[in-house]
Every structure is written in C-alpha cells, then in structure tokens.
Design a protein around this ligand. Sequence first.
Ligand code: SF4
Length: 262
Amino acid sequence: MAAPSRPAKSTPSSKPAAAKASVRTKPARSRYSKAEIEAIFRRFAAAEPEPKGELFSLNTFTLLVAVVLSAQATDAGVNKATPELFRLADAPEKMVALGEDRIRDLIKTIGLYKTKAKNVFLLSQQLVAEHGGVVPDDCEALQALPGVGRKTANVVLNIAFGRPTIAVDTHIFRLANRLGLAPGKTPEEVERQLERLIPEPYVRHSHHWLILHGRYVCKARKPACERCLISDLCKWPEKTADHPAMPVAFGAAAVNDGAVED
Ligand code: SF4
C-alpha cells in the first residue's frame, strides 16, 4: 500500500489563489519509466497484434450508432438489439425513414433507450442535412451530433478512421489510476497523460488493449492477477501475482470464470 499521506497543513490565507489552484490541479506522475511502459505495450501487442472492438457494426455509420447505444450499457446487450436495427437501417437516410418510434421499439432492451432512440434519430437527420449522409472524420463535427461526446467521437475516429485516439472509458480510467500508469481525476486528464506516455507505435491500439485488459483480466472487483501478462511490471500494491502469465491469457479467449465486466 502507498504510504499514508501526512495531514494537509492549513494553507496560509496570504497565498495567491492562482498559485493554490495550480498546485491542486497538477496531475500526478506515472509510476512507470519509459522502458516499463514500452514493455507493457510490447506484451499487449505480442499477445493481440490487431485487437478489435466487440460492438457489432456493418459500416462507419452503424459503428457510430452502436457506440452511442453502448453508453452505460454492455456491448453484449447492445449486440442483441442492433442486428435487426441495422438490417433495416444501415445508413442515416434509412434511419430517418425508420422514424424515432420504430427505433425506440427496436432498442427497448437497452438502458436509456428512449433518450438513445431520440439521439440516433436526430444524429441521422443531422448527418443527412449537414454531412451528405457521411460520418465526418473530425472530432469537433462528431461531437456536434446529438448523443455524441468526446469518448464516442474518439472510438469512432480510432476504429473507423484509424486515428491514434484514446477513448477513456470506465476500464481505462480504472486501470490508469489503479496501476498508477496515468493517474488522473478526469477521463480527459487520463487521456492526455496516456497520449503523452504511450510510445507512438502503440497508441492506435492502446485503447483496445487497455479495454480488453480491464474487461477480462484487471477487473474492477476482482482482478485476475494470476493470468495477467504484466503482473511482474504492475505496481499496484494489492496485486496478487508477480509472474507474467502466458500470452494466451490475454483478452476474451482467456475468460474462464464467467466474470466479464462491461
Ligand atoms: S497484476 Fe493484477 S492489478 Fe496488476 S495489472 Fe495485472 S490484473 Fe491488474
């Protein structure tokens, strides 16, 4: 465990407010050296050279819709509803023609389905009206679409357009802080740190490697350290193994305890 921190001293009231704010907001440093970070991602790359997302999609538009639907829902849950939705509407024009009520009916097994149906309908309308029915390859334009935040935009840019973006979801946020890899109080802070720390050849796939690692191995409630590829490198004081598992233990193929987190 990390050494307990000393009780904070009371701050002199004469200290300038701007200086106090800058001390509070400075992000913590990574606990890992450049060589250790390189080693971590080299192992992820060796185990899974071309990692893939687990959301079902047919093209860039359906990927965007699937990612919007996956907010606060499991990929498996979204994948149950989307084949029929995408069979009927695999393009923005068809989604608009389908209409909000029908979309809502088709995705009603997914959490927050009413809001999501509205967003899918409206974003399809906007794609037709402003982008000629084409999903834009641009972070700002994507974020201007209803229901699309920074994380969704980064996932689409990464998967559909091959851009080296890192979409920080719940798994990546947990891993970055638990391991001390890229500590941060917000997803944006973690994203900035990861972009700075991860060696360039690994940035593009780092999003998927970290998600797969968090979903299947370094799980929130009970991390499976005994089948972790990087247990010898991991600096989490509570880890329960110190010898790296064989590469086969990485990702979905290794899951044998049924405890997948999404
Ligand atoms: S050793 Fe355990 S805590 Fe560390 S990364 Fe692996 S699974 Fe996570």
